[in-house]
Design a protein around this ligand. Structure first.
Ligand SMILES: [Zn+2]
Length: 472
């Protein structure tokens, strides 16, 4: 039995771990690597193993950095089953379709630019100016029939000597941790995988569950060196920011991932409106993906936590109310550019790397009456990170724009557990663990977290590099 780390190895993107049991090979997640264009392109296109030899995929959750390379895996010859929770399978459809259409859109844009440069004889432009999308909508569609939805807590044989069982991870809707009970050559090994681990008390979703005992644990470490603000203060802070911006007559721009963060903020705004804690002003969710994803949330009320269930029982649909408009089409989105404030717009992407939020930022980032509210993790080199760090000027569509709007953060809504929450979650596993593999973290976070685990639990901890293998 052998485990090899191909993605999210000392970085927070491109989660993909390869497991070999007997003569079969499996993947835990198959995420898109997001980063600098050239590097991302190489990483995503070139799998370090023959895709047709992968027997099955076990998918922790629907985020693109965990699921986004599945269409390329399929395009390259994979035709086995993809095991995931029913909500994850449902979410992957709109999310992978959206990712594919972004790829197609990007490729068309770059091709057009190359053609224009070529016609102007710009030096350095190659003759092969047509850029191919990483994958197309058709590739994404070929992936959906391979999904095998499995309810949580349901042990399922996913191959010879591989028993898979998933548990609530509390990270996004449908997210799971998993326990794999492996057997090969008379040897038995229990391997735990956190996927991305959430935190207790997040709106809508249930709290992370503990895993049964395991010999080895693959553990995420995004916030291995951080302690978040308490969640209780989120609604209060959001109300404060809304009220302040409203008084200035400003606009509130919220870059947020279409899955999870958007629905959480919508629910909080709905609650604040019910409580008359914020003024009655227009709120827009400007993302066709968020509209489709919200439908999946409505389809799976069995995954709601108690608070969201109670809200549903008392007030009806948590994700719709009179002040809120979901914006699907482009013209409606563009019309927001000419709409006078105050109003609020929630739009993807969460790290400001693409999507409609870029237009809203471009139009509003220079006005001190406005507020940009960052609601999640901002990775290195992203526009979101630059805004978070308060640069005087930030590049939007290649143009430097002055950053004069107020910048605020809602850290407490983070979908990732912090250091203390992770240590508390893993505590019941400690006595049985032989080794902990840290993944999904930047080196500084991982080093600090490894030290914390060693000091508190005296465990063997390693943060594998890309391509590093371990015999189990
Ligand atoms: Zn995630």
């Amino acid at each position: 039995m052998k485990l090899t780390f191909w993605g999210a190895a000392q970085v927070v993107t491109g989660s993909m771990h390869q497991l070999v049991v007997g003569d079969k090979c499996y993947l835990l997640d198959c995420g898109e690597y997001q980063g600098r264009r050239k590097e991302a392109e190489d990483r995503n296109r070139n799998f370090p193993f023959p895709c047709k030899d992968v027997f099955a995929v076990m998918l922790s959750h629907a985020h693109i950095d965990h699921s986004g390379n599945l269409p390329l895996l399929v395009k390259n010859g994979f035709h086995g089953p993809i095991y995931a929770s029913p909500a994850t399978a449902d979410l992957c459809r709109p999310m992978l379709e959206d990712a594919a259409s972004l790829q197609e859109h990007d490729a068309a844009f770059l091709t057009k630019r190359n053609m224009r440069r070529k016609s102007l004889n710009v030096p350095g432009i190659q003759t092969d100016a047509v850029i191919q999308p990483l994958y197309t909508t058709q590739d994404a569609e070929a992936t959906f029939p391979l999904f095998r939805p499995v309810e949580m807590h349901t042990p399922t044989q996913t191959g010879p000597g591989v028993l898979y069982q998933s548990f609530e991870a509390g990270h996004i809707f449908g997210s799971t941790t998993m326990l794999l009970e492996l057997e090969s050559g008379g040897k038995k090994v229990r391997l735990g995988y956190t996927g991305d681990l959430g935190r207790p008390g997040l709106p809508i979703i249930r709290d992370p569950e503990p895993l049964p005992p395991a010999d080895y644990l693959i553990m995420e470490s995004t916030y291995g060196n951080r302690v978040h603000e308490p969640i209780q203060s989120v609604a209060e802070k959001l109300a404060e920011i809304v009220n302040r911006t409203y008084k200035r007559g400003g606009k509130l721009i919220v870059p947020a991932f279409a899955v999870g963060r958007t629905q959480q903020i919508v629910l909080l705004l709905h609650e604040l409106t019910q409580a008359n804690a914020i003024p009655a002003f227009p709120i827009f969710v400007d993302s066709p993906l968020a509209v489709n994803v919200t439908e999946v949330f409505r389809k799976h009320p069995e995954l709601y936590d108690e608070e969201a269930r109670a809200f549903l029982a008392n007030h009806g649909d948590p994700f719709g109310f009179h002040l809120l408009t979901y914006v699907r089409d482009v013209d409606q989105s563009k019309a927001l550019n000419d709409l006078p404030g105050p109003f609020m717009v929630i739009s993807a992407s969460g790290m400001c790397e693409g999507g409609r939020v870029l237009h809203h930022l471009k139009n509003n980032i220079g006005d001190p009456r406005n507020t940009i509210l960052l609601a999640g993790y901002q990775a290195e080199y992203t526009l979101g990170r630059k805004i978070e760090e308060g640069w005087k000027e930030v590049p939007i569509f290649g143009e430097p724009m002055p950053l004069r709007a107020e910048v605020q953060k809602l850290d407490a809504l983070s979908g990732h557990a912090d250091r203390e929450e992770m240590l508390a979650w893993m505590k019941p596993l400690v006595s049985g663990l032989k080794k902990v593999f840290l993944v999904h973290g930047e080196p500084e976070q991982q080093t600090a977290f490894a030290t914390a685990i060693r000091e508190r639990y005296q465990l063997d901890v390693v943060a594998p590099g890309r391509g590093q293998s371990f015999d189990l």
